[in-house]
Design a protein around this ligand. Sequence first.
Ligand code: C5J
Length: 232
Amino acid sequence: MSTVPASPYPYPLPPRGSGARVALVIIDMQRDFIEPGGFGAALGNRVEHLQQIVPTVAALLKTFRELSLPVIHTREGHRPDLSDCPPAKKLRGDSTLRIGDPGPMGRILVLGEPGNDIIPQLRPEAGELVIDKPGKGAFYATNLQEHLKTLGITHLIFTGVTTEVCVQTSMREANDRGYECLLIEDGTESYFPDFKQATVRMIQSQGGIVGWVTTADRLIASLRQAYAGGAA
Ligand code: C5J
């Protein structure tokens, strides 16, 4: 069986032809979190810090596409009438710019607005799944699990932002549903470096209580070795 060098121990890749499949999950690489003028900035964060992972996530995306492995993008956002946004979420914080308010990139965190788009460098291609989610977790109030079952996906590789909020929440949700989860340390980022480090440590603690952690280079090399010459 092929494995990826990872912590706390090698991550097993599903053998080709086994019926089990690995997918890349890219969490919320949206303008609202990564560019000035969006939700992230409205909460007082320095959004430029997140931009450093874009080339790494782009390299992973390219690899999955080249190997014809499935890719899932998520977007955090709400319906224009905000019927899926709990008042507690809208009211939380002391920002003057709240969810649904008009901002420089359209209404903050609302589906279909320019700020809700995935950044151009990682734009989804036809055939890739895009999951719109009203919460922090990718499984809450979405049909992600049904899609994964239909596609035979059993192994999920997590990237995106922010590490300790939507990435960690989604990874924990996936772990509870029985998916084998691997976090790419240099493919995820937080507005708070120490929160990222803490998340990376807690995920792999206790024998991988939530999952495994590795780097993009290690995963890419392992995928190319395991699946070169055809899809899994
Ligand atoms: C946040 C996210 N941080 N995508 N969302 O509110 O992590």
